[in-house]
Design a protein around this ligand. Structure first.
Ligand code: DX5
Ligand code: ZN
Length: 219
C-alpha cells in the first residue's frame, strides 16, 4: 500500500536544515514536516516562518506545516505567502476553527486539524466539513523521539469511520499520523488508514535514504 512520508525536520541536525531537506527529497519523501512550536502551547520553542522559508528555499518538497501554537488565528497567516501544501493547527488551541480553516483553504493549502491524544475524535463531528486533513497525534505534542501511544489505534479506527462518513457525502479528508512512527508500525498504520506518516526520530537516526526506505518498504 502506498503511503506518503513526511519527515519531521525538527529531528534533523538543526544546524544543517538545508542538507536535511535535500536528503529527504533525494530519498523520495512526499513532504517536509515543519513542527512550529511556540513555547506556550507546548514547552519547546522551535521554528517560525523565517526558518520555514529558509527550508523551503532549499527543497522542492511540499511544505507540511504543523502549528503547535496557542494563537493559530494570529500565527497561521504568517505562512500563507510560503504556499504550504498543508497547514495544520490544533483543535485544542482555537475557538474559531471553521473560520481559520476557510482562510487556510483560501491561501491554497489543505486545511488540517490536529487532535491531541486526550481530545475525543467526536469533537470533529460538527466541524469536519471545513477541513481537508485530520492529523492524529500519536504522542503528546512537544518533542520528537517519544513512544507511540497504543490508544492511537482505536482513535485511528474512529477517524477512519469519520472519513468514510464524509466520503459518502462527497467530502474527501486525508488522515495523517504523527508521533512514534517507525518501521515497526508503519505498515500497520497504513493498513489502518493512515495516508501520510510523519516520522522524525526514526528518519534522522541514521542514513536518511536507508531509514526512509525501511519506512516505505514497511508499508
Ligand atoms: C511532536 C511533533 C512530531 C515529532 C515526530 O510534537 O509534532 O512531528 O517531531 O517525531 P517522532 O517521529 O520522533 O515522534
Ligand atoms: Zn508534527
Amino acid at each position: 500500500m502506498s503511503v506518503a512520508i513526511s519527515p519531521s525536520i525538527l529531528a534533523a541536525p538543526l544546524a544543517h536544515l538545508g542538507k536535511a531537506a535535500k536528503d529527504i527529497e533525494a530519498a523520495s519523501c512526499e513532504y517536509v514536516h515543519i513542527d512550529v512550536m511556540d513555547g506556550h502551547f507546548v514547552p519547546a520553542l522551535t521554528f517560525g516562518e523565517q526558518i520555514t522559508a529558509a527550508i523551503a528555499a532549499e527543497t522542492k518538497l511540499p511544505l507540511d506545516v504543523h502549528l503547535m501554537v496557542t494563537h493559530p488565528e494570529r500565527e497561521a497567516r504568517k505562512y500563507y505567502a510560503l504556499k504550504p501544501a498543508i497547514l495544520t493547527f490544533h483543535y485544542e488551541a482555537t475557538t474559531a476553527p471553521i473560520r481559520l480553516a476557510g482562510e487556510i483553504r483560501e491561501c491554497g493549502a489543505l486545511a488540517g486539524i490536529a487532535l491531541n491524544p486526550r481530545t475525543p475524535v467526536s469533537a470533529l463531528n460538527d466541524i469536519i466539513e471545513a477541513f481537508d486533513l485530520i492529523l492524529l497525534m500519536s504522542v503528546e505534542p512537544g518533542y520528537y523521539g517519544q513512544k507511540f501511544i497504543e490508544a492511537s489505534w482505536r482513535r485511528l479506527e474512529e477517524i477512519r469511520l469519520l472519513q468514510e462518513r464524509e466520503a459518502a457525502k462527497g467530502h474527501k479528508v486525508l488522515i495523517e499520523v504523527d508521533g512514534g512512527v517507525s518501521d515497526q508500525n508503519a505498515k500497520m498504520l497504513s493498513s489502518a488508514g493512515a495516508q501520510i506518516l510523519v516520522s522524525g526520530g526514526f528518519v534522522f537516526k541514521g542514513d536518511t535514504t536507508l531509514q526512509v526506505k525501511k519506512l516505505k518498504e514497511g508499508t
